[in-house]
Design a protein around this ligand. Structure first.
Ligand code: FAD
Length: 342
């Protein structure tokens, strides 16, 4: 069977990966995106209801909206998209081809690779390790805050003591009926000013306590709370439970590292600001890259992506221009512009 070889394979479908796919399409590269999650969008899925102000050139928009727009842009030139597939290794197949190995056992072949796996690789929220919690997940037990409006007039329990937990307690307090925050430590670890706002917002704080059970019917109705200091156990009714216990990180891609990529702390690729790594043909962009002056923002990911794609393009075709024509005058967009403009 002949191998289906792509010009570039982008590992990771977050902001850096999606913009890389768009830009690679602009540069007429046959492109594939592979992501370990069941959806494109990357880490931004962790905060879909938060407002983002610092993209540049756009009014503030909800992160969920940004995901929609980023996916639409990333798919402009119809790259191949492979989801639910974690890349575990990259090997040199021949002088002109890499094989990208995955958790599903499939191999993908590519002349160049852009790594955009974010800071930390695959990130998953730490789940409640209690019986039945999974029954209420995606119903009224949440690991990321979905639509804010659903919390209107609700009695909410937030578990976790970090900045994020406290932030959500404050943000939801104007619409919620009642909010309690529970933390197993002595003191909430969020900024002092935010902790003070909890009091002003009427949020009840329970420290040295943790969620030890959940029960209900179709939806979760009761939460068992254990006070670790006194041993007291209570069963309280709540409409919604938000769990903010941080994230687990797993970076399978760099575990074997057969190519000998220069890494920092096993999680980040040491690369030039132009996306060049120490391995010719392998480029990197976004939060996974480390260089002096790297900006860990979505805006920074876009600039990284352009550099990585331009270098991937000239790697596979040394005669190609180093830079693409600006999009406003790019021939590749002419027919698409016609559809939009006329
Ligand atoms: C709570 C929070 C709020 C933030 N707010 C802002 C903000 O207001 N403004 C701003 O500019 N930035 C913000 N950021 C930062 C921003 O989200 C990141 O800079 C951005 O998501 C980085 O994009 P990325 O594509 O490099 O990585 P990510 O978004 O992390 O995407 C990486 C993708 O790679 C996939 N992946 C990882 N490993 C593998 C593998 N081995 N195989 C296949 N796929 C893999 C992951 O599933 C993921 O989809 C925030 C971050 C957080 C956590």
């Amino acid at each position: 069977m002949t191998k289906n070889i792509y010009d570039v394979t982008v590992i990771g479908g977050g902001p850096a990966g999606l913009f890389s796919a768009f830009y690679a399409g602009l540069r007429e590269m046959k492109t594939k995106i592979i992501d370990g999650q069941d959806k494109l969008g990357g880490k931004v899925h962790l905060y879909p209801q938060k407002m983002i102000w610092d993209i540049g050139g756009t009014e503030p928009l909800a992160a969920g909206k940004l995901i929609e727009k980023s996916i639409a842009q990333g798919l402009t030139f119809e790259p191949e998209v492979v989801l639910n597939t974690i890349v575990t290794n990259i090997q040199k197949e021949s002088d002109e081809c890499f094989s990208v190995e995955t958790s599903t056992g499939d191999k993908h072949y590519s002349k160049s690779v852009i790594i955009t796996i974010g800071g930390g690789g695959m990130i998953k929220p730490v789940k409640l390790n209690i019986e039945n919690a999974h029954l209420f997940e995606n119903k009224n037990l949440h690991y990321a805050v979905p639509d804010i409006k659903r919390f209107t007039d609700k009695k909410i329990l937030i578990t976790g003591g970090s900045y994020s937990a406290v932030d959500w307690a404050n943000d939801l307090s104007p619409i919620a009926r009642e909010i309690h925050i529970i933390y197993r430590g002595d003191d909430l670890t969020a900024h002092e000013a935010d902790v003070s706002r909890l009091q002003k917002n009427g949020v009840k704080v329970m420290t040295q306590s943790e969620v030890t059970g959940v029960s209900g019917g179709e939806l979760m109705e009761y939460v068992e709370i254990t006070n670790n200091q006194t041993g007291d156990i209570t069963h309280d009714a709540y409409d919604e439970l938000i769990v903010n216990h941080g994230y687990d990180q797993e970076n399978l891609l760099f575990r074997e590292n057969n190519l000998g990529l220069n890494l920092e702390n096993d999680f980040f690729v040491k690369a030039a600001p132009t996306g060049l790594t120490n391995v010719p043909g392998i480029f990197a962009a976004g939060d996974c890259i480390r260089y002096t002056g790297k900006v860990n923002l979505i805006a920074g990911a876009y600039a990284d992506a352009v550099n990585a794609v331009n270098n991937a393009k000239t790697y596979i075709d040394p005669k190609a221009d180093q830079f693409a024509m600006v999009s406003s005058h790019n021939q590749r967009l002419k027919s698409k512009n016609k559809k939009i403009m006329y």
